[in-house]
Structures are given as C-alpha cells and as structure tokens.
Design a binder for this molecule. Sequence first.
Ligand code: COA
Length: 217
Amino acid sequence: MGGDEPLTALRALAPPGLSCAGGAIPVDIVLPYAIEARAVTDARDKRRREFAAGRFYARQAMAALGVPPQPVAVLPSRAPAWPEGVVGSLAHTDAWCFAAVGRSDEFLGVGLDAEVAAPLSDEVAALVCSADERRALSADLIAWAFAAKEAFYKLYHPRVARFLEFSDVRVQIDVPRQRFQASLRPDLPAFEGCHVFPGRITTAGGLVLALMTWPAA
Ligand SMILES: CC(C)(COP(=O)(O)OP(=O)(O)OC[C@H]1O[C@@H](n2cnc3c(N)ncnc32)[C@H](O)[C@@H]1OP(=O)(O)O)[C@@H](O)C(=O)NCCC(=O)NCCS
C-alpha cells in the first residue's frame, strides 16, 4: 500500500472542477485555527490526527480552486462547515485521508468515502447489505458497497438532514466502468427530486474510493 496511487485514482474519478487532495495521515500535524482545535480538544491522538489531516487536505484542495486558507469548522451534524462558496467531503481510514472540494456554484453536494479494500466480516456485511445485495455482490464488493453507501450518506445528509440506515439505500456496482448506482428507498425524502444517484468507485493502493457529486442547478 502506498504512494500517490489512491489520490491519482480518486482524481481520475472526479468530474472537472472538483479538486481532490489527500495522502497518508501525517504523524505530527497541527490545527492552525482555534475553532478547529476546539472541536477535538477532548479527542484521542488518533482522532485528532485524522481530523487535522482532513482539514490539512481540505485546505490543499481549496487552494487548488483559488480559495484562501481558512478554517473548516464542524456542524452539529458532524459534517464539515465548508467556507462560503465551497462544498466538499472528507474521508479517512486509519492511515489515509482524502478531501474532495468544489465551488458551490458548480456543485450542490459532494460525497466521498475511503475504506480498506478487504472483505467485511459476515456480521458487518449483513448490516451493510441486504440479502439481495449480498447475492449480487462478491465478498470483496461488499466493502465497495459499504464505501458507496457512506459516500451517498455524505452527499445526502447535509442537504436533507435525514439519518439513513444501510437498508435505506441499495447499491449496484459496475466494476469495469468504475460506476455505481445508489437507490434510496422511494418513501424517504428525495434529494433534488431524485431517488437514484450515480457514483464513481475504484480501488487503488489497497483502498476502495467512492465519490459522488451533484451539479448545481
Ligand atoms: C458520517 C459517516 C458516514 C462517516 O463515515 P466513517 O466511515 O465513520 O468515517 P469517514 O472517515 O469515512 O468520514 C468521516 C468524515 O465524514 C464527514 N461527516 C461526518 N458527518 C457527516 C454528515 N452528517 N454529512 C456529511 N459528512 C459528514 C466528516 O468530515 C468526517 O470527518 P471529520 O469528523 O474528521 O471531519 C458515519 O460516521 C455516520 O454518521 N454514519 C451514519 C449513517 C450511515 O452510515 N448510514 C448508512 C449509510 S446510508
């Protein structure tokens, strides 16, 4: 596992205008803004490092869009409080962290997730995927479905403010085309009038990376 492979793969999934940054979670990383530091005052070192890495890579991704360095605070929902004019998503694993950021006049929302590309335990697989989904997906692809559902949640929740169970979303994955489709239970609140959403997904450097974007009207 290593190098720039996951970031290169993530960038290859991203539509024009979406800026992606990321890499290993640095061991010694500081939070330069008090509002960010306060959010993890009581957290353990590992959590502080992953949170700080998210803000570090978020600022890198924003800089590539010409957005000056500034804090990315935390909303009560735990979603990032993106600066005015910016929308994005953050994801981390134990070792890696990624940010995907766009301008809000181009994107209404972004959902990003990264997971270790390893089969899930039977117990977790049964939590994440329905029996139908598990029949359709190989053991490896259940971890992909996990990433896809988490990416969907990060796209959906900031706008709709509705908690979702894994069973509320059905995922179909087209591995060769690096695409997936997330279908929301039809009786749940729509996102921008839709219940079916396209996403991109791939594997690189031992990770699964799932990315969803929704264009601004
Ligand atoms: C938000 C959630 C999806 C994050 O997933 P995770 O695999 O635990 O952690 P990740 O590293 O991938 O992502 C964490 C980041 O997600 C972002 N996030 C947290 N809550 C969020 C929300 N409500 N909306 C959008 N993004 C959110 C944050 O940036 C967070 O990192 P930070 O706290 O360092 O800023 C998960 O914690 C959660 O709340 N799940 C409940 C809902 C769910 O999973 N339903 C089933 C899927 S449909």
